[in-house]
Design a binder for this molecule. Structure first.
Ligand code: BGC
Length: 755
């Protein structure tokens, strides 16, 4: 019977996946064997147990380190559905035993954790992985994370985070796929595939949780937890696509965000949860709140008290509550008072049970602890190293200073050159610095000709005590490699910054080294773009490695010495100064677009100039109108030429496909990787459209001197957008198209869309 059930569930899963692909929607699953099983179970559950399934608790311990008596009683009574951050194997085993064997209906617990970019083997931070423009890398990261974390009993991860973000001050940009919805879609779906594997009920699969729904990355001013004020069309065009991609990939769960969206906190937002997620999208997994985000609706000024918060969240359709206990304390009363319907609670429980069933927890509730877990497997470490290489972006390389010769005498300097903990980045609860290979480790292993002087003990260090020895080392060397940036704790949740430069005395250290005249290679490790426009002339080469993870050191070594080439391209616009933020490539043109000709810099304005709108365009007097580096930008160790752009048909109808080709030539002296990016602009529309939008791209490997003709296809339907009237539009007119290597360059053409 059990086998039959598993077979039916599998068939059902396969059927669902096939259906997903064709309909691009996850359909509700009525009358399936799964639904019948859920209903049978639900009919036996008391109101208390049903409410219990909605409870996700953050701790199980008593002060003496054991399991607290209260928790034991709660589980026995069926009052807890899930735990996060319980990691003691004995506790996990006992909590599960209590739930399966002693609670009224034996519903298993699901154990959750933030496994964001690796469990033990840590991959680059998600913003870094997005810089690879390689969804396979994100999928591999997800897979390795699941293989490792499930051995520790974790079957549910709070990832991927897919909040599109246009403001690098926001600390959590480090966790995001960057500023572009299309790139975000690819990366989002890939993580889900990686975490969830081929089948959720495989013991090495974790349920993924796409978060934070919605618009958390649109926090005003980049200040964490801040409000998001945006038109619904922007929500639909920019914020929701990566979520939709996760749903299409079958993501099991969704997390609400902390912020309010146009005045309504996400955790009490029935438009977002009921209308869009459960209604339009037909999501059939479950929705979990963020940490206390239900009761935080009180300080938001939306709920009067805990009971009111529970009423608002429940009626908005939020299935499970993380850490706060408003459902447990008030749902029964709210149901009795007719303020919330038990039938709706039943739906919450159905959604939760559905995922527990799909995870196979009823059949296999226990983790197999009989064999010790195997972490940091050779192939996992190799994958993490490859990911770090593919994620790193070469921003500057004057006179081809990089790659270095093996014989080059290097002064290796900087507070992050040997900091195993820092290079792991944010959200790495389980990564171990002792297993992390730093740049110094890699230089030692590679027998580089180098001398290491830290210069500063950490990224915020203000002491110049070590500057003299750093300067001395630089003077005696051919090149100074300075590994600088932000410690892991300076980005991530609650770590927004108003200035996004190198903190501490790092800029002073660079200046001191620059005075020696020794060429400088700056290797940045950080959770966000770091501004260095004002002193860029002091730097000969700049390599952005984000927080590169466990294998960051060997990856950086290989890139510096040309054993590998940095392959990443920016997933976010890199500002000259934080004052330009928010800054993003897919902005609107405005009625007065800036240009090099129109721009009037501040020092060109005559003293006592008469009031006028000098320049008359949309720019900053001090920092102009361009970023330091555009979205999509990144160098390699060779050069490329784009030529011969051909658009097959210049007139297309709405069922058509834009077919375009371009010749790409490697004009340099070594083989390399290029990411050829296709952008379009809908020049005139019923709602103003961005100056460019990324529609597709190709990663190509070319030998020196080789030319390849690249062919791209963009279905015309991909040119549609949600207008100010909230209708979907696909409008006739002229479109510009570019293929090139960033959002501000490329071979240009145009085509007409006709009715
Ligand atoms: C974060 C979530 C995270 C949760 C659980 C919250 O503070 O916003 O992203 O999953 O904590 O750790």
């Amino acid at each position: 019977m059990k086998q039959l059930f598993i077979a039916l569930s599998l068939l059902f899963l396969i059927a669902c996946q096939a259906e997903d692909k064709s309909s691009k929607q996850i359909k509700k699953t009525s009358n399936s064997a799964e639904e019948q099983r859920i209903d049978a179970l639900l009919s036996k559950m008391s109101l208390e147990e049903k409410i219990g399934q909605t409870a996700l608790r953050g701790s199980s311990s008593s002060s003496d380190g054991g399991i607290s008596e209260e928790i034991i009683e709660d589980i026995r009574a069926g009052r807890i559905g899930a735990f996060l951050n319980v990691m003691d194997p004995e506790h996990m085993q006992e909590l599960q035993r209590l739930s399966v064997e002693e609670s009224p209906n034996g519903v298993p617990i699901v154990f959750a954790r933030d496994v964001i970019h690796g469990f033990k083997t840590i991959f680059p931070i998600p913003l870094g992985l997005a810089a690879s423009w390689d969804d396979e890398q994100a999928e591999i990261c997800g897979r390795v994370s699941s293989i490792e974390a499930t051995q520790a009993g974790i079957r549910w991860t709070f990832a991927p985070m897919v909040d599109i973000c246009r403001d690098s001050r926001w600390g959590r940009i480090s966790e995001s796929p960057g500023e572009d919805p299309y790139l975000g879609e690819l990366i989002s779906a890939a993580y889900v595939r990686g975490f969830q594997g081929d089948s959720l009920n495989a013991p090495d699969a974790m349920a993924a949780c796409v978060k934070h729904y919605a618009a958390y990355g649109a926090a005003v001013g980049g200040r964490d937890y801040n409000s998001a004020e945006l038109h619904e069309s922007q929500l639909r065009n920019m914020i929701l696509p990566p979520f939709q991609a996760a749903f299409d990939a079958g993501v099991a769960t969704v997390m609400t965000s902390f912020n309010d969206v146009n005045g309504v906190p996400a955790s009490g937002n029935s438009f977002l949860l009921k209308d869009v997620l459960k209604g339009e999208i037909g999501f059939d997994g479950f929705i979990v709140s963020d940490w206390n985000s239900i009761t935080e609706m009180i300080p938001h000024g939306f709920a009067a008290d805990e009971k009111h918060a529970a009423e608002l969240a429940a009626n908005a359709g939020l299935d499970m509550e993380m850490t706060s206990e408003s459902y447990e304390n008030h749902l029964e009363e709210l149901i009795k008072e007719g303020k919330f319907k038990e039938a709706e609670l039943d739906d919450f429980v159905r959604n939760i049970l559905r995922i527990k069933i799909r995870l196979g927890l009823f059949e296999n509730p226990y983790t197999d602890w009989s064999t010790p877990p195997v972490y940091y497997e050779e192939e996992h470490m190799a994958a993490a190293k490859t990911a770090a290489i593919k994620s790193s972006v070469l921003l500057k390389n004057n006179k081809s200073l990089l790659p270095l010769q093996q014989s080059t005498k290097v002064a290796l300097i900087g507070p992050l050159a040997d900091k195993g903990h820092e290079q792991l980045g944010t959200w790495t609860f389980d990564g171990e610095k002792t297993k992390t290979q730093t740049v110094v480790d890699a230089f030692e292993a590679g027998e580089a000709n180098f001398n290491f002087v830290e210069g500063l003990t950490h990224s915020r260090d203000m002491s110049e005590d070590q500057f003299k020895s750093a300067v001395r080392a630089a003077k005696r060397s051919d090149v100074a490699v300075i590994v600088a940036g932000e410690e892991a704790i300076l980005s991530g949740e609650a770590h927004s910054r108003a200035k996004i430069n190198l903190p501490g005395a790092q800029e002073a250290l660079i200046e001191a080294i620059a005075e020696t005249g020794t060429p400088i290679v700056l290797v940045i490790m950080a959770g966000r773009p770091i501004t260095y426009f004002d002193y860029q002339d002091q730097l000969d080469a700049v390599l952005m490695t984000w927080h590169p993870g466990t294998m960051g050191g060997p990856a950086i070594y290989d890139m510096l010495y040309g054993i590998a080439e940095p392959e990443g391209r920016l997933p976010v616009t890199w500002p000259k100064t934080a004052g330009q933020l928010p800054l993003y490539y897919n902005h609107k043109n405005t009625g007065r677009p800036a240009s090099a000709e129109s721009f009037v810099p501040m020092n060109k304005i005559p003293v006592e100039a008469w009031q006028s709108s000098l320049g008359n365009t949309s720019h900053y007097l001090d920092y102009g109108f361009t970023p330091h580096y555009p979205f999509g930008y990144g160098l390699g160790y060779t050069t490329y030429k784009y030529s011969n752009l051909v658009i097959a048909e210049k007139q297309l109808d709405k069922d058509g496909t834009v077919k375009v080709s371009v010749d790409l030539t490697n004009t340099g002296s070594r083989a390399g990787h290029e990411i050829a990016q296709l952008y379009v602009q809908d020049i005139t529309a019923s709602t103003t459209r961005p100056v460019r939008e990324l529609k597709t791209f190709q990663k190509v490997k070319l030998k020196s001197g080789e030319t390849k003709t690249l062919s791209f296809e963009v279905p015309v339907s991909d040119l549609s957008f949600v207008g100010a009237d909230l209708e979907t539009h696909l409008e006739a007119g002229t479109f510009n198209l570019w293929i090139g290597n960033n959002a501000m360059s490329g071979q240009k053409g145009s085509f007409e869309l006709v009715d």
